[in-house]
Design a protein around this ligand. Structure first.
Ligand SMILES: Cc1cn([C@H]2C[C@H](O)[C@@H](COP(=O)(O)OP(=O)(O)O[C@H]3O[C@@H](C)C(=O)[C@@H](O)[C@H]3O)O2)c(=O)[nH]c1=O
Length: 205
């Protein structure tokens, strides 16, 4: 499924594996695990490695954490420009299906999505760029999800797309009768009615 893999070693000897997903701006990151008799150590984030891979800097300013039960679906969320957010998502406990939906109006992949299982064992992280909606479904009994963002929470700019929109065709990997959503998330518009990202809006410059 994934293409464009590169193993990038930063000068200090630490490492992070980056893979471009089928929508190439979405990136799967796998930290290198150092295991020994005590357990393991890993660098969960390196600004220099990520910047070098991307070729530009992302300056994260907010860290978030949420805990959810099996069947919970949070999303699909984004903030409109100029409050758009890049998110770097990982799972501290449990397992989720993490989903990024392309909302860049002029992109060839507009309306398409990437869905990746992230869990506390694989320790993988998903980088979701500006211009995408984000959501996740909890596949384990509980899950603790942590993520960075590069723009502060701006409630007035908060937008969403209905997670079950048939046009999106997302397989949430959960029986439908187990889905639990906030009232806010049940009321988001379909993709056809959502405020998407204007191609004239430069999200990263
Ligand atoms: C997102 C956010 C929420 N809040 C508050 C608002 C509200 O009272 C409470 C719960 O908010 P929500 O119901 O929006 O939380 P949640 O549904 O977990 O929202 C999150 O979903 C995932 C999928 C994302 O991608 C995130 O960017 C964020 O939108 O926390 C903050 O104070 N700061 C924040 O950054």
């Amino acid at each position: 499924m994934l293409t464009g893999s590169i193993y990038f070693n930063v000068p200090q000897g630490t490492s992070m594996h980056f893979e471009r997903c089928p929508i190439p701006e979405v990136i799967l990151c796998t930290p290198k695990l150092h295991t020994d008799a005590r357990g393991y150590f890993m660098e969960s984030f390196r600004q220099d490695a990520l910047d070098a891979f991307l070729g530009f800097a992302i300056n994260f300013c907010q860290d978030n954490e949420s805990q959810s039960r099996y069947g919970v679906v949070r999303g699909l969320h984004y903030q409109q420009a100029p409050y758009a957010q890049t998110k770097l998502v990982r799972v501290l406990h449990g397992r989720i299906l993490d989903v990024a939906v392309d909302l860049r109006q002029e992109a060839s992949t507009f309306g398409q999505h990437v869905a990746v299982v992230l869990d506390a064992q694989n320790k993988q992280q998903l980088l979701i760029p500006k211009g995408f909606a984000h959501g996740f479904a909890v596949l384990s009994s509980t899950a603790v999800v942590a993520y960075k963002s590069d723009a502060y929470y701006a409630p007035k700019a908060e937008r969403g797309v209905y997670y079950g929109d048939t046009q999106l065709n997302i397989n949430w990997q959960l029986p439908v009768d187990t889905h639990q959503l906030s009232s806010k998330d049940q009321a988001w518009p379909s993709l056809a009615e959502a405020e998407v990202f204007d191609s004239n809006t430069s999200l990263y410059r």
